[in-house]
Design a protein around this ligand. Sequence first.
Ligand code: UD1
Ligand code: CA
Length: 458
Amino acid sequence: MANKMAAIVLAAGMGTRMKSGLVKVMHTVAGAPMIAWPVAAAFDSGVERCVLVVGHQQEKVREYFSGRDEVSFAEQSEQLGTGHAVRCAMPALDTAAQTVMILCGDTPLLTAATLRGMLERHRETGACVTVMTATFADPFGYGRIVKGEGGGIVAITEEKDASPQERDIDEVNAGVYCVDRAFLEQAVGRLTNDNAQGEYYLTDVVRQAAAQGLDCLAYRVGDAQEISGVNDRVQMAEAARVLRERINRELMLSGVTMIDPAAVYIDLGVRIGRDTVIHPGATIKGKTVIGEHCEIGQGALIKDCSIGDAVVVKAGSVMEQAVVRDEVAIGPMAHLRPGTELSPHVKIGNFVETKKAFMGEGSKASHLTYLGDATIGRDVNIGCGTITCNYDGVKKHQTIIEDDVFVGSDVQLVAPVKVGRNSLIAAGTTVTMDVPPDSLAIARAPQVNKEGWKLRKK
Ligand code: UD1
Ligand code: CA
């Protein structure tokens, strides 16, 4: 193919303004590391291969993208500036790529549509360099776009190097470029670090292009917010808010109701069916899939769960790695831990905790219960206060309860133990032996009534 597209994404810096032990680009923003967003936008815009320039904590970045052949890495062991970073990336670039898109790993709001628009413009104009720009009411901190008489860019001046007149320029550098590869190759080789920060600025390639009489044009985006870079945690929170807004908007347009979208926290990649209603404070993370006609209550926290249709999750419930079939009711304040599987029409009530527990169709545990390492059949009633005593201090043991069993309130099931089908466990029983089918199991001290006892005490 004639003009292939490759991208370079700069991600070697530590991000000192984050004041963090974690490298900036690996901070999670709306469910994905910051760097995942611009990389995804680049691929969605038609880029075929991406070289990530990595340095600080590069093992974390490499690990996140491992297994993706279209992503390769270039190491920048010392962060000598954005120009130096690009220089490090050049040898790793696809040889067939004649145009290079350069992005920063800290601009998660950039969209593929904007990148596509920029690419198209770059091709139409045949410019040597196209720089994405935007106008900001407060351009502080960004490189300023200095234009010549013909309207082309002649220089980009960093905040720290700018003269007072240059500081007044409100058109800023987004840090996103399309550059002719052959030009870039020689230009980054010629950069110097003769500036306020003693860095090799990528932005200085613009000066070189202008000096050689090559076209350097601005691609100005209307939505300045899209190009906001994240340098500190205040900006990161703002970016996350915008990304959540986009996620929520897409879900709402696909048929999901949100009572207050500003107070709903849904990660990238979560899927939710139509006519499902999400209440304020709900947080839905990871690989969660939720069906149609569900109701996700206030403050529910759901991570990596698979939830069927018409499921009601009441307020304050916490669920992780649970599989929930259709028409199940959960909560309020239930805790479904990994390995929970609930068949259709199961009911899990308040203050019930489950872990590695299977419940058959129609079974209920309505109040104050712990079910761990348990296999429970169909139409079983688990009384209030039931506990599977699954742990002996060394090992976990299984509890099996067959179909149609009625477990009374305040029962302890000391595992390993099996309760045969259609049996009844009397309230207050501590079950230490298997119970045969169709039986009554009762284990409690007989009651003694001492009449007149209270009067005698007085
Ligand atoms: C840069 C631009 C500025 C632009 C702004 C947009 C330069 C000199 N300045 O400034 O004109 O307005 O982005 O957000 O390019 N990085 C490396 N190696 C390095 C230095 C940086 O990989 O040696 C990476 C960082 O990890 C980061 C990105 O490059 O992801 C941008 O670096 P940063 O220091 O944030 O640049 P800005 O000062 O924001
Ligand atoms: Ca930045």
